[in-house]
Design a binder for this molecule. Structure first.
Ligand SMILES: Cc1ncc(COP(=O)(O)O)c(C=O)c1O
Length: 396
């Protein structure tokens, strides 16, 4: 038994949690087990809760300073956990990674220019590109059926860089939904091609602290001089410590030519001005959260093992993509032989399970579902038992 109780089932209904309180809006029904949106159903580390509650007792919530200790906590975390040296001048606050990708798109590219992504990938990337009237270029990941995992298609990447001349690439490192930390060699190759073709690489590293089974997070900007030259990196304590609602993220840009104009633009628009809740939550999480994070990762690894076992023994038509990062299980359901709509009906209407529909992540995700394992194991087990029973009941 560890120090923290991740088996505890906490009722989030009525707390305004999107994961449970927006089921009706997104699925058309509320009687579903919520295993979709990427936050966790675990209580945050008590040190975070205590610090926020103590501050909130002070009855004035006015404009706040940003303490030096806030910046130091981020710099120290990146060095301590990932061996990544970042200077204060290379770092700024951003109010969320999705918003910041939108800022970067607006700052570094013009309407009508192309931006490359690697589907199946986190769905807001597409919305940000198309909604900002840029052109989306796809470099789909290759699924290696034998090893059960994805790799990048570098021939296609170079061809897309050469033929479409995108101004930007949005890299997901680690990758969502596949739960993959990219290896150093792949990141180096991306960097060298990006530099050759003058592409800014926005690296979304929001899942970077959630490393499983001894995997090391490799910040894209750290792999080579090319990478440091082209990278705009976004990260956050939000996924790591289950504090997404505090809206606190950071941006690191090593290359002064990219950094100076971007940071200045963020500052002019006050996009880089955090609330005191953001700075306090971030600092306390990075200073006191190591043991909570290590324990939660161990718990999640155990949940991955459990799901893998259940699928192998009772539902072999569904395979889990081999992942090494985050709490998201990417389920390959193509073996069930259903159309994508039938698959959604099976999960939602028969099994009453709210997972993320794989096609949200691009056409490449058809036949897949994304299962969030950031819940107590009893909940995950219940979901798997129900799914197995429904598949058997449907005679699939
Ligand atoms: C890859 C990725 N980027 C960004 C986000 C959201 O980040 P934020 O809440 O900081 O906008 C998520 C959340 O699921 C994510 O998985």
């Amino acid at each position: 038994m560890g120090k923290y109780d991740f088996d505890r089932v906490i009722d989030r209904r009525g707390s305004g949690a999107m994961k449970v309180d927006a089921l009706d809006e997104f699925y058309g029904r509320h009687d579903l087990l919520a295993l979709w949106i990427a936050d966790m159903d675990f209580a945050v580390s008590p040190c975070i809760c205590d610090a926020l509650v103590a501050r909130m007792r002070h009855p004035i919530y006015g404009y706040a300073t940003v303490p030096d200790s806030y910046w130091e906590s981020i710099i120290s975390w990146l060095d301590r956990r990932h061996g990544w040296k970042v200077d204060r001048s290379e770092l700024t606050y951003i109010p969320g990674v999705v918003k910041a990708i939108g800022y970067a798109i607006n700052h570094f590219t013009a309407v009508g220019e192309s931006i490359l992504i690697q589907p199946p990938v986190y769905h807001p990337f597409r919305r940000l590109i198309e909604g900002n009237r840029r052109v989306m270029i796809k470099n789909p990941l290759l699924l290696d059926e034998e090893s059960g995992t994805y790799r990048m298609d570098f021939d296609d990447l170079e061809a897309k860089f050469r033929d479409h001349r995108p101004r930007m690439m949005i890299l997901c490192n680690p990758h969502n939904p596949a739960g993959l930390q990219w290896d150093e060699e792949s990141l180096r190759r991306v960097a060298s091609l990006a530099r050759k073709y003058g592409v800014v690489v926005v690296s979304d590293e929001i899942h970077g602290d959630l490393m499983l089974r001894g995997t090391r997070h490799i910040p894209f900007a750290s792999v080579s001089d090319d990478a440091a030259e082209v990278a705009v990196t976004f990260g956050a304590p939000s996924k790591t410590f289950n504090i997404a609602g505090l809206v606190s993220s950071w941006c690191v840009v090593k290359n002064p030519a990219l950094r100076n104009s971007f940071f200045e633009w963020l500052e002019i628009n006050e996009f880089s001005a955090p609330t005191f809740v953001a700075t306090l939550g971030t600092e306390i999480a990075y200073r006191c959260g190591d043991d909570w994070l290590d324990e939660v990762l161990e718990y999640i690894e155990g949940s991955f093992d459990m799901v893998e076992r259940i699928l192998a023994e009772r539902l072999p038509a569904v395979k889990m993509i081999r992942s090494n990062a985050s709490f998201l299980a990417w389920l390959d359901c193509r073996g069930l032989g259903l159309t994508h709509q039938e698959l959604i009906d099976l999960f939602v209407d028969r099994a009453h399970l709210a997972l993320n529909d794989g096609a949200m992540f691009g056409d490449e995700g058809e036949g897949f579902m994304r299962l969030n394992l950031g819940s107590p194991r009893s909940v995950i087990r219940e979901a798997m038992d129900t799914l197995v029973a429904c598949v058997e009941g449907a005679g699939l």
